[in-house]
Design a protein around this ligand. Sequence first.
Ligand SMILES: [Zn+2]
Length: 446
Amino acid sequence: MISMNDNTTLYRADILHFSRSTHTPKKDVCFFRDGALVVREKKIVDIGSFKELLENHPEATLVDYSGKLIIPGLIDSHLHFPQTEMIAKYGSQLLDWLENYTFPTEQKFSNPEYSRDIAQKFLSQLINNGTTTAFVYPSVHKASVDALFTCASDMEMAMVTGKVCMDRHCPDYLQDTPTTAQKDSQVLIDKWHENGRNRYALTPRFAPTSSEAQLAALGELAQQYPSVFIQTHLSENHGEIEWVKQLFPNHESYLDVYDNFHMVHSKSLFGHCLHLHEHEWERLRETGATAVFCPTSNLFLGSGLFCIDKANQYGVNIALATDVGAGTSFNMLKTFGEAYKIGQLQNTKISVLEGLYMMTQGPATYYGLENDIGNLNPGSYADFVVLNPHFDELSKLRCPKSISIDSAEDILFALSFIGDDRAVQATYIAGTNVKKSIKEQQYAMA
Ligand SMILES: [Zn+2]
């Protein structure tokens, strides 16, 4: 007979996380020097000092990551999986970039096999870089949604995605209608939302590509399914904002367009938010919606500088995201590094702990998922990342050998500039080292 305890594993490492929601990350961070994380049946059951937990869990199998740093699995709050293959395409701003690169690429995702192949490659990129939950835009095709949820489910990854809806101002081959967008989204919600660890997000690409009739149809679903997320773009580029004004002359602002169709609430994620009016910031705060800061994308497309001071002044939730393929890296720490530079240009210091919060416990709390993800609390899924601060000659030279709370901050900061996926020694999802599994599969196929 197998006893329950046979599945218990104790991971030894230095450990850093936020155990609860906070406005003062520096004050509320939890650090365990020579700590331990105990995992059983896919979930965390204990966290504390190694010495103490070893005594309390003598049955556990020991996995020794001494000298490494464990942090929660990272949350990427906005990116596009069909754009994996068109990352780093030269020379356009938003509207041209969509027309020249994005739309032709997304056409390929009507093919289920192609969708599945790219979904797998996309998920490998996330996992290699320590991302364990992502809010993802697929294409307009149902097949792309099924592909991504299926591949994520194979790894028990907490995935959030939903069919992109567009019924105008894009090529015919990508257009749905108000009726098909509503019907297909509903079928996919019934199939995938809260099925395993998956969750659905209603996904109008952005206001210019949806008619009022389509937004109204999606708004009906938003009211019918209050636990379903909403993800879309907001106020990214000046040309886009002018266009929205012309298309929706009766609305007082860009955000008001979505608001009018019941799509602004605590489960809404708005990508970019670069050029908002004061009343839009105020409305985001009032509704508990999240502004998603995508620094590498904003720099790459020359869209503008996210004003973190403004967001903080209004008390708006902020999450970090890569926005691949306009974003230029899948790596969330590197993404923080670019956010830090954007802060520097505006004379605002963004600390690395604020950055870590915006990719772990912060968004988990905003989205109501903090009992499952974003932290290393007992009861949460064992989604975590093992960072190796000494993965090459430069990092060995730069990063302190011994990890304390201050050096952990210093190490995370350094890895945000000189680190990459090599610093991610392991990525665990629901207690399995999926980075290792993917490498073994790739090796077997080679
Ligand atoms: Zn985007």
